[in-house]
Ligand binder design. Structure first.
Ligand code: 4AD
Ligand code: MG
Length: 481
């Protein structure tokens, strides 16, 4: 490789050295100053050309978006805003970019506009920073588990079971939709389909993860998951990435400890690995919040907010305690909640979660022991309490500004109890035979949870729309690129 990455050059002290840079033009001012970015850093390097000795033909081709090779001398910069620059001796265009057609102009574009050109938004400072942080968080997840001797398990994307009940599923089929095979009863005949049965995209790797945990002890998955929920919100994607550890011999307390340690570890890693990017994102957020009324602005800036999470224990509260707090809360008393909390058993809406996290506790909260009726069939059942209430060993971790970041539980390891529950909620045991074998042969207490990776990236970058933290978002009515 003949060229040096701009990140290296910006740190270099080797003034007078001859260097070659390759990158894309961000701006070109006064026929003289070219700001070049090669993606290695959010910062550009300035190349200064001697326009009097540069042919007009070439000058015209140096446009925003074009790709250049610049050879020159690394010198201390006299201008403001940069320590070093390159005094160009040789400039050539590697790839032209028609300035009339290139959608990214050297000005501030709205996030909405950039979403429409998501295939080009990587070439902006904001998206460079976001995806560097996403990369760091992703690496940190693997490092965290690797340090703890967890096995990274690849669970299937295509599944034949639809028993998790986490959400609506996308069907996978090769059936000719113009010529659907039918059974004698007139139903779709999936025996004719590719797998000989009805199949879907996975909503979670958990059930397969449990099988692996009961052999390896500790495992995790980290892959894409799919939900065909028609939720057009700033927190939902139809395709998102989930981190799902599953641990044999872990009870709910151990599960909470691991989840809290994981979240703190990866956020700390991102702060250390991406200081410039996070500083940039902090300033972006401050700028964005200037247009909001004072009471809607955050009390803490992004870096303070991340450090706050690192420095404080998450609040651990049972669902029953949370209901007491919510019932007595001002917005409930004054009927400001859209869904009023009247009685125990109510499912918590995001307005309630946000009240608990943002107004009441003002830090991440782990809510545990939810009513059995509002949680998945596989969660471990607590003994019925003195008031006859049945809860399960569930845990949700709620984050300020995000709401639910993590969902998990201790699992029901008792075969009889699990079968009874499946029957109650209408899950056919025959379809789940493979899963039930974990409870038939050497069943043990075990636990796990799922972290919504994009929600983690949202929190760490201070972005507000989940469509901006995944390269190519899939949401209802949108699967561009
Ligand atoms: O709470 P969920 O549905 O839990 C499960 O899927 C369990 N099987 C996890 C486990 O115990 N192994 O999803 C887990 C997390 C949520 O807390 C949320 O952060 C994220 O996944 N999530 C979504 N993120 C983006 N878009 C969506 N549509 C999401 N649905 C869930
Ligand atoms: Mg959940």
């Amino acid at each position: 490789m003949e060229h040096t990455r701009i990140k290296e050059l910006l740190k270099s002290e080797e003034f007078g050295k001859e260097v070659i840079i390759k990158g894309w033009v961000r701006t070109f001012r006064n026929n003289q100053f070219i700001a070049i970015n090669d993606g290695s850093t959010i910062n550009n390097i300035q190349a200064v050309i001697d326009f009097e000795h540069t042919p007009d033909e070439l000058l015209k081709r140096i446009t925003t978006g074009s790709a250049l090779r610049v050879k020159g001398t690394l010198v201390a910069s006299l201008g403001k805003g940069q320590r070093v620059e390159v005094k160009a001796t040789e400039v050539s265009v590697i790839g032209d970019s028609d300035p009339e057609k290139f959608p990214l102009q050297p000005k501030k574009h709205s996030l909405e506009f950039l979403r429409e050109i998501a295939h080009l938004r990587f070439r902006t400072g904001t998206f460079n920073a976001i995806f560097k942080v996403r990369n760091a968080l992703s690496f940190a997840v693997h490092q965290f588990f690797n340090e703890r001797d967890f096995v990274y398990m690849h669970t299937p994307i295509i599944t034949g079971s639809d028993a998790e009940g986490a959400g609506e599923m996308f069907r996978v089929t090769t059936i000719d939709l113009n010529n659907i095979p039918r059974t004698e009863q007139g139903e779709i005949d999936f025996k004719e389909d590719f797998f000989g049965k009805s199949t879907n995209l996975t909503v979670s790797g958990q059930l397969e993860g449990e099988l692996a945990a009961l052999a390896f002890g500790n495992i995790y998955t980290f892959g894409p998951t799919f939900r065909a929920e028609n939720s057009n919100t700033t927190r939902h994607l139809a395709e998102f990435w989930m981190i799902e550890p599953e641990m044999a011999f872990y009870e709910l307390e151990d599960n909470m400890d691991l989840a809290e340690a994981l979240l703190k570890y990866v956020i700390r890693y991102a702060l250390e690995a991406c200081p410039e990017e996070i500083e940039f994102l902090k300033n972006r957020l401050l700028e964005e919040e200037k247009s909001k009324p004072q009471q809607e602005r955050s009390e803490l800036n992004l870096i303070e907010k991340l450090n706050f999470v690192l420095e404080h224990d998450f609040e651990r509260v049972t669902y029953t305690e949370a209901i007491h707090i919510l019932k007595a809360s001002k917005p409930n008393q004054k009927k400001q909640f859209k869904y009023l909390i009247e009685e125990w058993g109510a499912d918590l809406q995001s307005e309630h979660e946000r009240y608990l996290v943002e107004k009441h506790f003002k830090k991440p909260v782990i809510l545990t022991d939810y009513p059995r009726e509002i949680k998945s069939f596989y969660m471990k059942q607590n003994p019925v309490d003195t008031e006859g209430r049945q809860t399960v060993r569930a845990m949700d971790i709620l984050f300020p500004g995000i709401g639910e970041m993590v969902g998990g539980s201790q699992r029901e390891e008792n075969l009889e109890k699990l079968l009874t529950r499946m029957d109650e909620v209408g899950i056919p045991a025959e379809e789940m035979d493979w899963f039930l074998d974990t409870r038939r042969f050497g069943s043990v207490p075990h636990s796990g949870f799922g972290v919504g990776f994009e929600r983690l990236v949202l929190f760490t970058t201070g972005m507000t729309n989940i469509r901006d933290v995944i390269p190519f978002p899939r949401t209802p009515k949108n699967a561009e690129f």
